[in-house]
Ligand binder design. Structure first.
Ligand SMILES: C[S@@+](CC[C@H](N)C(=O)[O-])C[C@H]1O[C@@H](n2cnc3c(N)ncnc32)[C@H](O)[C@@H]1O
Length: 374
């Protein structure tokens, strides 16, 4: 390099060039060294946005204002239910879109493992992507009926992502009443889970779907109402076609608390003798009635009854509660979000029975339980 030499001041002409070289070195130190250090000491958990932004993102969607596919109910109350607890293993019995699990992961940096169960494979996919975005490594738990099923411990080959992670999220498609087998398959021993969450019912993704048959807003949808393909053998249309009139009356009375359950069961029997009840619109016509301003749709209870029967919701809920209590470690906590009074009744009866079975010491020996209505 030719250095400009000032004839009068000799080597003083080097000043600007030296100054430029020093600046270049400082810039290199500022920009390259931190990135080299970061790569050398990479932390497992990706840096999360500040808690306020994160909370808002979890509740309202990401910062680009994409609404979440399902707005988790009682989100803050749920996080508060586990406050002060060391949560290394979380069992989310109803993973849904993963909103509650994501919020709990943000609130508990010590979280190492989430076991997420859902009957709905679409929900599992969404939740998986969301939790992977928070740094969790996904592992799919083979279904109970599949080869190498849930009784077999999940191997690394089932992993969906081999990148660096802050923990593992096991995804299991199936009913939460099978949670003990799922935990075994994930290598989680009974009596060792720190926190269990069960947010009963359906998600808004399911209700809003124009093809699942959960809502009378979609009259052309097939009358399916199953939470997922592993729900059971019959969909809602098949249930209406194959159940005895007495069974239908029982379902409408017990699960829908419909005063005229017998008349409705008779109408179903009479209608199906002439034409199959196959779509949401078909069933709406059988139920009859018009929505009055400010009141719920007259078909709401009939739809609820049918959905509970098709998904065997109350029996599965009761089984899951007992299994969840067995899964908890001493001092662990179980939180249930119920949607309607029937679920609420099942939860409260199970809690009372469990407290009795443990000599009133559920708070100390089996863990703390909290129930809330969504
Ligand atoms: C209210 S949503 C859960 C939402 C979730 N907590 C969230 O924050 O996104 C209920 C979920 O439970 C699932 N579900 C309902 N009954 C189930 C059962 N018996 N076993 C497993 N999953 C069930 C539904 O498919 C649905 O995705």
């Amino acid at each position: 390099m030719r250095v400009p030499v000032n004839r009068e001041n000799g080597w003083l002409g080097l000043g600007p060039a030296v100054f430029f070289l020093v600046l270049l070195h400082i810039a290199a130190l500022l920009f390259w060294v931190p990135s080299i250090l970061r790569r050398a000491f990479r932390v497992a958990r990706p840096r999360l946005p500040p808690p306020r932004v994160l909370r808002s993102a979890l509740i309202h969607g990401d910062p680009a204002h994409t609404p979440p596919p399902h707005a988790s109910v009682l989100l803050e109350e749920t996080v508060r239910a586990f406050e002060g607890l060391r949560v290394r293993t979380l069992l989310d019995c109803t993973l849904g879109a993963g909103g509650h699990s994501a919020a709990l992961a943000a609130a508990h940096p010590e979280l190492e493992r989430i076991v997420g169960i859902d009957l709905d494979p679409t929900a599992l996919e969404l939740a998986g992507a969301r939790l992977q975005g928070l740094g969790f490594r996904l592992v799919r738990v083979p279904g109970l009926g599949e080869a190498g099923g849930a009784e077999e411990r999940v191997g690394e080959d089932a992993s969906l992502d081999a990148g660096p992670s802050c923990g593992t999220c096991h995804l299991s498609e199936g009913p939460y009443s099978e949670l003990s087998s799922v935990l075994r398959a994930c290598g989680v021993s009974s009596g060792s889970v720190d926190a269990v969450l069960l947010d009963a019912g359906m998600s808004s993704m399911q209700v809003d779907s124009p093809s699942r048959g959960f809502s009378f807003r979609h009259p052309t949808a097939p009358l399916d109402m199953r939470m997922g393909p592993r729900t059971g053998s019959l969909n809602a249309a098949q249930f209406l076609a194959r159940s005895s009139q007495a069974r239908l009356e029982e379902v409408f009375r017990l699960y829908g608390q419909i005063p005229h359950a017998r008349a409705l069961a008779e109408r179903v029997a009479w209608t199906r003798a002439t034409a199959p009840i196959e779509t949401v619109g078909d069933f709406l016509r059988v139920v009859g009635g018009r929505r009055e301003r400010g009141r719920s749709h007259p078909a709401t209870r009939a739809f609820q009854a049918l959905r509970i029967a098709v998904n065997d919701e109350l029996r599965r809920l009761e089984e899951a509660l007992w299994a969840a209590l067995r899964a908890l470690r001493p001092g662990g906590r179980l939180a249930i979000i119920s949607f309607h009074s029937l679920e609420d009744g099942v939860v409260k009866r199970a809690f009372r029975a469990a407290a009795g079975a443990l000599g009133g010491g559920m708070g100390r020996s089996a863990g703390r339980c909290a129930a809330g209505n969504g």
